[in-house]
Design a protein around this ligand. Structure first.
Ligand code: 5GP
Ligand code: ZN
Length: 138
């Protein structure tokens, strides 16, 4: 079994567990962007990214995200982010689908590190053409 997260799911590599049920395992990220940064993986399937992952598996992961997010709020954080990277070009380092649940401190209004508006369209025609090019591939 070459996949790092399959090994963590199988207990072959230790992790700090946050939550586990028959379908998913949630554990602390080894290099957190915030203290409490948690990863959720499926224990049932190995798949690389979102589009290879069956909807029922995504539903199980999302159900766990709700539980963990609620727990973070109850534990005193003010909010949290759910992040899911796809493929190396999308920032995905581990090719086993996972959700990042990143707790955020109360009152801090932490933005995700992106620059809002940095990719402004040249004009409405370019905007509409890009929208159409995505719709054409649905
Ligand atoms: P990605 O960039 O693929 O969305 O995120 C992968 C995450 O997995 C990273 O945040 C990284 O810190 C975490 N990670 C990588 N290897 C390990 C490991 O062996 N154990 C744990 N707990 N986290 C890991
Ligand atoms: Zn895997």
């Amino acid at each position: 079994m070459p996949c790092l997260f399959c090994k963590i799911a199988a207990g072959e590599i230790p992790s700090v567990k946050i939550y586990e049920d028959d379908a998913v395992l949630a554990f602390l990220d080894i290099a957190p962007v915030e203290k409490g940064h948690t990863l959720i993986i499926s224990k049932r399937v190995h798949s690389e990214a979102l589009i290879e992952t069956p909807p029922d598996v995504l539903a199980e992961m999302t159900a766990a995200a709700k539980k963990i997010g609620a727990a973070m709020l109850k534990a005193g954080w003010g909010g949290f982010n759910v992040v899911q990277n796809n493929y190396p070009d999308g920032g995905q380092a581990v090719p086993h689908i996972h959700l990042h649940i990143i707790p955020r401190a109360k009152g801090r209004k932490t933005p995700l590190a992106w620059r809002s508006g940095s990719a402004a369209y040249a004009d409405d025609a370019e905007r509409d053409a890009i929208a159409a090019s995505i719709r054409a591939c649905l």
